[in-house]
Write a protein that binds this ligand. Structure first.
Ligand code: NAG
Length: 208
């Protein structure tokens, strides 16, 4: 745990609250990260810092390292060779269908990605577990290319946002939001197409 909390201001002060993590609810909402914690938890990122009992940013490097460790697709603890398909179907990014996911190598942008094949519409609302798997599948792209996302907790839907002409970098270090080749400090907001994109809970910017 100390590894992740290193360098977080006011950390010692609130260590007692962290240990009593059940008190989370007593202390109320966590406005910075409430909209994104379920996304980070689903894809396996760790809390990097907290203020009072609330996460303020996450560390996704361990997740990214798993993706990059082999020249294969990573999913849920296993690696899949190019052209092989995951053993089960999972939701589409908009939650409306169910698909097989096949591992493909992409030269540009370079990487190994699971892509939808043989999708069918799904009359049922996907389960939370199925949605979390979908988030894991999609997060490979989000974390490798530092895209922003659209995401609402408890809604089985993930948007991937890429932008042009973004404001200049205004942040350095590990506690920044990453958006493509830029870094932004918490509180940064700017418009991308019809969305406002916010750095609320780094490292992923969220657009609404
Ligand atoms: C994957 O499938 C494509 C198209 O059938 C083929 O060209 C390619 O060699 C295959 N790659 C691997 C690693 O099996």
């Amino acid at each position: 745990m100390t590894f992740y909390v290193e360098g977080c201001s006011r950390m010692k002060f609130f260590i007692v609250l962290m240990l009593l993590s059940n008190l989370h609810f007593v202390f109320g909402d966590c406005p910075d990260c409430d909209g994104q914690s379920s996304f980070y938890n689903a894809i396996g990122c760790a809390v990097l810092c907290r203020r009072k009992s609330c996460p303020t940013n996450y560390n996704c490097r361990n997740v990214l390292e798993k993706y990059k460790a082999e020249k294969k697709c990573y999913f849920d603890g296993k690696y899949y060779d190019v052209n092989t398909t995951l053993p089960e179907k999972y939701p589409t990014r908009d939650g409306s269908g169910m698909c097989n996911y096949q591992c493909n190598y992409s030269p540009d942008p370079e990487g190994y990605f699971l892509t939808e094949v043989d999708c069918e519409s799904n009359p049922n609302v996907p389960t939370t577990e199925q949605c979390n798997k979908m988030l894991q599948i999609q997060a490979i792209f989000v974390l490798q290319f530092n895209t922003a996302i659209t995401y609402t907790p408890d809604v089985c839907k993930l948007g991937i946002i890429i932008a042009f002409n973004m404001p200049p970098t205004n942040c350095g270090g590990r506690k920044c939001c990453k958006f493509l080749d830029r870094s932004y400090k918490r509180g940064t907001v700017f418009r991308v197409f019809n969305n406002l994109c916010y750095c609320l809970c780094p490292p992923v910017m969220i657009c609404r």
